[in-house]
Design a protein around this ligand. Structure first.
Ligand code: ATP
Ligand code: MG
Length: 462
């Protein structure tokens, strides 16, 4: 009883851990391979330490190092203020408003240096739902640790002494493959609802289990995500979809009761037999590319996720008497308009999506110069990959995709032969876009011609 009282006064939690004291682990215990620590991260921590400051690798990088994975980027935490950090490096920029951080650049490599945040967030400006709007209160390291999201993301590594500082039992949670939020889950989600998306992403990416009290409030608190600026939600969704574990993430989102409203109508899409197959194939291919270290275009990804909405509207416009190409553009406009509002799709991504969609009817025109022109389209590769997904999902006959694969790989004379063969064959699989009169390319919000739309848009190969 007395012990409990003393603990309470000292702010020691009932699990017996004092959140102001770190457990310090040496190389024998944490087994981090120093070769996985980037040179630039060492340069930054060393420079700061030589100037008399504390400096550590922090967050996701420490988590990955402990898991034996080479981190993709390194974040540094220090007790130097952003101005003090900036003065120590040649190419350093203070950025951010909600959280001021310093970007330190070494060639192409960028390191984020953050000053320890204090727990003054009680006084930080908040919106009417309790979301913290701005937080630049600096404080001691143990407060910085308590302000981080999950125990496994709240450890510090000092490359100089090769020690890990763990304030919240992160090391045990890493070993047990557990995602546990620091503090009272409801309060932490209220301060920043994006943490609900982060927990899902990490669970899927790392194959960890979400600890029950961390998980329980999510379905109830999910609507708070609606109050987060759309651009921030979009960034997080993009991270999720490009994590290399997108399919697992979406499953996890569903089971945590989180996908409603994030990708509007995704439920509808996922429940259609063809749509489901299409989205699954698209995400599998995205995951495969990410895991193989290849680039993925967000435009391609969102074009895939929303294709069945476009198809549905395209069919509806055609049924209402619109000709195929204008109908496709009207459908694309409708879908992009809704999604731009809900998802804050950046203009560049929306342009890519429209390009990919607008190219689709052109793949069905296998006469004259059309296929040659399509090959020269700057986004041909993306349009072609998309076509293959449509064939694979059963939306189009496989023959069209196979024909384009041959045509793409063929040389001069062979191409003519392929064209002749395509024209000799009855065109049963085609959706009836046929040969169209050519018009000069046009720019504008609503295009009446696929040819114009496709060639008016630029964009390089992926
Ligand atoms: P990733 O592998 O995706 O980069 P990460 O853990 O490094 O994972 P970042 O978004 O780079 O994620 O954030 C770096 C660190 O900052 C996190 O590990 C965590 O400690 C802290 N952090 C990031 N976002 C939040 C948040 N919304 N609330 C609290 N702490 C956060
Ligand atoms: Mg990171």
């Amino acid at each position: 009883m007395i012990k409990k009282f003393i603990r309470k006064i000292l702010g020691v939690k009932d699990d017996g851990r004092d959140p102001t004291q770190a457990v310090i682990l040496g190389p024998d215990e944490h087994k981090i391979d120093p070769r996985n620590v980037s040179r630039n991260a060492v340069t930054v921590t060393q420079t700061l330490q030589e100037a008399g400051f504390k400096a550590f690798v922090v967050g996701g990088a420490v988590r990955d190092l402990l898991l034996g994975v080479k981190p993709k980027d390194f974040d540094i935490a220090t007790d130097a203020t952003p101005e003090q950090v900036k003065r120590l490096f040649r190419r350093a920029f203070i950025i951010g408003r909600r959280f001021q951080i310093v970007h330190v650049m070494f060639g192409q490599d960028l390191l984020e240096v953050t000053t320890f945040r204090g727990n003054g967030s009680d006084n930080a400006p908040k919106d009417e739902h309790g979301r913290v709007l701005r937080d630049n209160n600096f404080g001691p390291q143990h407060e910085d640790a308590a302000r981080r999201d999950f125990t496994i993301n709240a450890m510090y590594y000092d490359p100089a002494t090769q020690t890990v500082l763990d304030y919240h039992g992160g090391i045990e949670d890493i070993r047990a493959k557990t995602l546990r939020i620091i503090g009272v889950p409801e309060a932490r989600y209220r301060e920043d609802p994006v943490r609900m998306l982060r927990v899902v992403r990490f669970a899927a990416k790392l194959g960890f289990t979400i600890e029950p009290t961390t998980r329980a409030p999510i379905p109830v608190m999910a609507p708070l995500i609606d109050n987060v600026p759309a651009a921030r939600v979009f960034d997080e969704m993009l991270k999720l979809l490009l994590s290399g574990h997108a399919l697992a993430c979406l499953k996890e989102l569903r089971s945590a009761g989180l996908h409603h409203g994030l990708l509007p109508l995704l439920d509808v899409v996922l429940e259609q037999p063809i749509g489901m197959k299409f989205v699954t194939l698209a995400l599998e291919s995205t995951d495969g590319r990410v895991k193989a270290g290849k680039g993925v275009s967000p435009g391609f990804l969102f074009a895939s996720l929303l294709w069945h909405q476009v198809l549905e509207k395209w069919n509806a416009y055609r049924a209402a008497g619109e000709s195929p190409i204008p109908a496709l553009h009207l459908a694309a406009d409708d879908v992009l308009e809704t999604q731009t509002e809900n998802l804050a799709l950046q203009r560049r991504i929306a342009t890519d999506m429209r390009d990919i969609w607008a190219m689709q009817p052109r793949f069905e025109r296998r006469t004259g110069k059309s296929p040659y022109k399509l090959l020269e389209h700057p986004r041909f590769r993306a349009g072609y990959d998309f076509l293959l997904l449509r064939c694979e999902s059963g939306e189009l006959p496989g023959e069209i995709g196979e024909w384009w694969t041959s045509f793409y790989a063929a040389e001069g004379g062979e191409r003519e032969a392929l064209l002749a063969a395509a024209n000799a064959r009855p065109r049963n699989g085609e959706t009836g876009t046929g040969q169209k009169r050519k018009r000069p390319p046009r720019r504008g919000p609503r295009r009446s011609n696929a040819e114009g739309a496709a060639s008016a848009q630029g964009g390089g190969e992926e």
